[in-house]
Write a protein that binds this ligand. Structure first.
Ligand code: ATP
Ligand code: LTN
Length: 345
């Protein structure tokens, strides 16, 4: 493998049938661009999704669908490694080692855990949910990743990964693992819910408020046309006072590469409806090829599974080596290959 100093790692949970515009602009677009600069490792983190407990058929289906959409947006399996987390057993093995150096209090301070566990109550909260950020740290450290592109919501988890990496290097010697740097995508990539533009567009949000990559053109157009705006008529970028229109302008700008100022200029004196019709066309144009490519991959599950198998093999080679190094420093006796057979002697 080439220079690990320039390796990037990121992961996405297979928790929905379709990814949405927020995932696309906030994560995937960057992941695709990263391929020109780094050696990239991208993972469908199915083990993480078990913490929300979907049914087995759904998780299997969504794992394939998520991978298919990653390929469809331009993750190139000849340049990057694309694989499924549970196919590489070292993720859970390294998690155990990291568990043993993670403070209980430290893990208890994770805000995502606090939010989710307070909603579920202590009986509904699993040890898996508590351990989620440690598994995430294992994902990253296992590939000697130097850079991790994630959304703002993952900043605290990344900080824990860095703390654990530093602790490993202090306790077990420099070079045990690489301390990863987060790459938090710019604020403009934060996409809001179309029905409630003060909340982020989210899988678990309002179904009418999200634009899914796999939605039909008709549904996409309908959702944009019914996006919540405001009682004024002026098209202007002002996220505090005009969150709905500002969100539509952000989407327009991100998908066309044009500046918000130029777009505002163009729509001066025009009605909201006009902006929405044009934006619907832009979104449909951007999503249609992605939907079609995804459908092709899903129609050929053997091809998709072969790509994931190759990805797991390549990922496994790195993971095995890094895990071996860390386990050795922890003092675990390395397993030796069995050469002479005592059993048959
Ligand atoms: P949920 O909110 O249901 O937990 P999600 O829709 O936020 O799920 P994740 O799987 O948590 O999706 O996120 C995958 C990636 O997409 C992350 O890097 C996250 O930061 C990014 N992302 C998710 N929603 C948005 C959004 N509205 N705008 C920008 N980026 C987003
Ligand atoms: N927690 C992340 C998904 C995730 C991840 C990772 C991201 C799991 N492991 C490793 C970056 C690196 C999320 O919910 N977006």
């Amino acid at each position: 493998m080439s220079n690990p100093e320039s390796r990037a790692f990121s992961g996405i949970q297979p928790t929905a049938d379709s990814l949405h515009l927020g995932n696309y602009l906030g994560a995937l677009v960057n992941w695709v661009a990263f391929q020109d600069k780094f050696e990239c490792v991208y993972c469908v983190v199915d083990l993480h999704s078990l913490t929300v407990g979907p049914d087995p058929a759904a998780i299997r289906e969504r794992t394939r669908r998520t991978a298919a959409q990653m390929l469809a947006v331009g993750i190139d399996p000849t340049r990057s490694i694309l694989f499924v987390q549970s196919h590489v057993p070292q993720h859970t093995e390294l998690t155990w080692l990291l568990n043993c150096i993670t403070g209980f209090g430290e893990a208890s301070r994770m805000t995502q855990f606090k939010d989710k566990s307070s909603r579920r109550g202590s009986e509904g909260t699993t040890v898996g949910l508590f351990d989620y950020p440690v598994l995430m740290a294992a994902d990253i450290l296992l590939y000697d990743a130097a850079i991790v592109p994630v959304g703002e919501d993952q900043r605290q988890h990344l900080e824990l990964s860095r703390d654990l990496a530093t602790r490993l290097n202090t306790r077990y010697g420099e070079g045990t693992v690489i301390v990863p740097e987060p790459y938090i995508v710019a604020a403009t990539a934060k996409i809001q819910d179309l029905q409630d533009p003060t909340a982020k567009m989210s899988k678990s949000g309002n179904p009418g408020g999200i634009l899914e990559l796999l939605d039909s053109p008709k549904v996409l157009a309908k959702r944009i046309k019914s996006a919540v705006t405001d009682g004024e008529t002026e098209i202007r970028f002002d996220p505090a006072k005009k969150p709905g229109i500002s969100n539509l302008l952000t989407i327009y700008s991100a998908l066309t590469g044009r500046s918000i100022d130029a777009i505002v200029q163009e729509y001066q004196g025009k009605m909201y409806g006009h902006l929405k019709v044009d934006l619907a066309e832009i979104v449909v144009e951007a999503f249609t090829p992605i939907r079609e490519r995804t459908e092709q991959y899903l129609a050929e599950p053997e091809t998709l599974d072969a790509i994931l198998a190759e990805g797991a093999e390549r990922a496994g080679r790195i993971a095995q080596q890094v895990y071996g190094r860390v386990a050795d420093r922890f003092g675990l006796l390395p397993p030796r290959r069995h050469t002479t057979s005592h059993a048959s002697a």
